[in-house]
Design a protein around this ligand. Structure first.
Ligand code: ADP
Ligand code: GLC
Length: 490
């Protein structure tokens, strides 16, 4: 088997910079691909907020990046993913990435990432390391496959295949026409089966037209995004490229997310020795100002508070739920100001039944995963979702809407049938959420033995990356075959 060279190009990578699950995925998959014998590397921008974990070394040579009228200069830093020999490169450029935020509301946001794509490619040339496959992630990397297919087609890099992973089709990177010149792309690409969409450049769509193969992060989402309403306007390109699209479920970095060793927890536990979970529950109740009582069912939430996650449905009903049911809520998140305020007000009025922390706090996220009895995700859409898998591993039973990766990772409970790992509901409204929480609550109080069996089943599900990392390697070989005509040999 040939050893492949694979470059992951991503706007986020855990533990250096993280907004959501994309960072977790890109922090984990390259390690697994390397463990399968391949040369995997990662490149990411260096933001003002990036954490310099481990040893960092600046590369001597400045990096010339061909954008706009004259080349710009960047500095490259080199480190490695913790616990693995996977090189990670960071592109430093004060004007574009010096600010703290990863995604910015400023007008230059799309230009920053066009710059990043050119920089990633310039880095390969400088390293004289030509990847067999460039694995792109989400809209920020959408122009990279276009660069390979046009201005770089006849260079050494022109042989590199691309795999494009859609983590979230709702974010597409809409850019003004001027980005075509800035990214030094041929104006002839400004057409509806390439860069153009509704009078703008659509960076995600461009990536989907131009990459060798496409993946998304769960089989169910791969089906959903082919439909009119699930595609957010991109059903045409997904129909054209449908045969090149596959859904591969994300895995969990099982060494990093393990309740038996997690150092963020006040006590560790496992399926064979669950006592530590009660210690975590008490610590969670205390930290969030909830009434400390082991008998009350705690429902946890850790999420970006955006429309996609459906937490407005919880925000509007949480007061009512806590009046009617003997339950508590432990909530961590930030985003939509209205949802934040609803949870803040709920906390103030609830007398120890609702505890919300508004912000980003990885340690508290782990305590909520470990200390809750249930984990709530009323997502309107969920490409994969990692938090429900973390919850399952931490013995916390998910209550989730039946969409995307949630369908692929949580099996619905059937009373008396020894079956299921969580509670699923269909409609995206607060009545359906109310019912599902009611069903979970009734199981907790009325059928504790069944709930315990369900919890243990969830803890034993294998969410490790192993199988699915091998499927990504298949997608790489498939992409190489498409790009170069080189046979796909096992
Ligand atoms: P998404 O990528 O759509 O946000 P995922 O479930 O795939 O959803 O991943 C979310 C990741 O971000 C998880 O690792 C979760 O723990 C983390 N996370 C989300 N919100 C917060 C927060 N407020 N504080 C700390 N971690 C968070
Ligand atoms: C996106 C999706 C989430 C997925 C993550 C990692 O942020 O919203 O469902 O788990 O990417 O692929």
């Amino acid at each position: 088997m040939r050893r492949l060279k694979i470059l992951f190009v991503s706007p986020e990578v855990d533990p250096f910079v993280k907004v959501g699950g994309l960072a977790d995925m890109v922090g984990a998959l390259p390690k697994e691909v390397a463990a399968l014998g391949h040369d995997a590397r990662v490149v990411c921008p260096l933001y003002g907020s990036t954490k310099r974990v481990g040893e960092w070394k600046a590369r001597q040579e400045p990096l010339g990046v061909d954008v706009g009228a004259e080349a710009r200069w960047a500095r490259t830093w080199e480190t490695a993913l913790p616990g693995a020999e996977v090189p990670a490169y960071f592109i430093e450029h004060e004007e574009y990435f010096g600010r703290r935020e990863v995604y910015s509301d400023a007008e230059d946001n799309v230009f920053r990432f066009a710059f990043f794509c050119r920089a990633a490619l310039a880095l390969c040339e400088q390293l004289q390391w030509i990847p067999d496959v460039i694995h792109c992630h989400d809209w920020t990397t959408g122009l990279l496959p276009v660069m390979l297919n046009t201005t770089l087609r006849d260079s050494a890099l022109g042989r590199s295949a691309t795999v494009f992973t859609i983590h979230n089709i709702e974010h597409q990177g809409q850019a003004p026409f001027g980005i075509v010149d800035f990214a030094r792309l041929p104006v002839s690409e400004y057409r509806s089966d390439s860069l153009e969409s509704r009078g703008h450049v659509n960076m995600l769509k461009a990536g989907l037209y131009h990459s060798s193969k496409i993946t998304t992060v769960s089989p169910t989402y791969a089906r959903e995004i082919r439909t009119r309403e699930g595609s957010f306007g991109l059903d045409d390109v997904l129909r054209v490229r449908g045969a090149d699209l596959m859904g591969i479920l994300n895995g969990v970095d099982v060494a990093n997310w393990d309740p038996a060793t997690d150092t963020a927890l006040p006590a560790n536990f496992s399926a064979d020795k669950l006592e530590g979970k009660a210690v975590c529950k008490a610590a969670l109740q205390k930290q969030l100002g909830l009434v400390v009582d082991p008998k009350i069912a705690v429902f946890g939430v850790v999420a970006r508070l955006v429309h996609q996650k459906g937490l407005d449905l919880l925000a509007e009903s949480v007061g009512h739920i806590t009046e009617r049911m003997q339950v508590q809520f432990a909530i961590l998140g930030s985003g939509d100001a209205r949802v934040e305020n609803a949870f803040r007000t709920g906390t103030e009025r609830s007398a120890g039944k609702i505890g919300a922390h508004i912000g980003f706090d990885p340690r508290l996220a782990r305590l909520i995963q470990a200390g809750s009895d249930f984990f709530v995700m009323p997502s309107r859409a969920e490409p994969c979702g990692l938090t429900q898998m973390y919850a399952l591993r931490y013995g916390t039973v998910p209550v989730v809407r039946a969409t995307g990766g949630l369908v692929d990772t949580v099996q619905d409970y059937v009373a008396g049938a020894d079956q299921g790992t969580g509670f699923l509901f269909r409609e995206a409204n607060s009545a359906a959420l109310y019912q599902a929480i009611g069903r979970a609550c009734a199981t907790y109080y009325d059928r504790p033995a069944e709930l315990r069996a369900m919890q243990l089943r969830g803890m034993k599900v294998d969410f490790s990356w192993q199988t699915n990392a091998a499927r990504y390697v298949d997608s790489y070989r498939w992409a190489i075959a498409a790009r170069t005509g080189e046979a796909f040999v096992e």
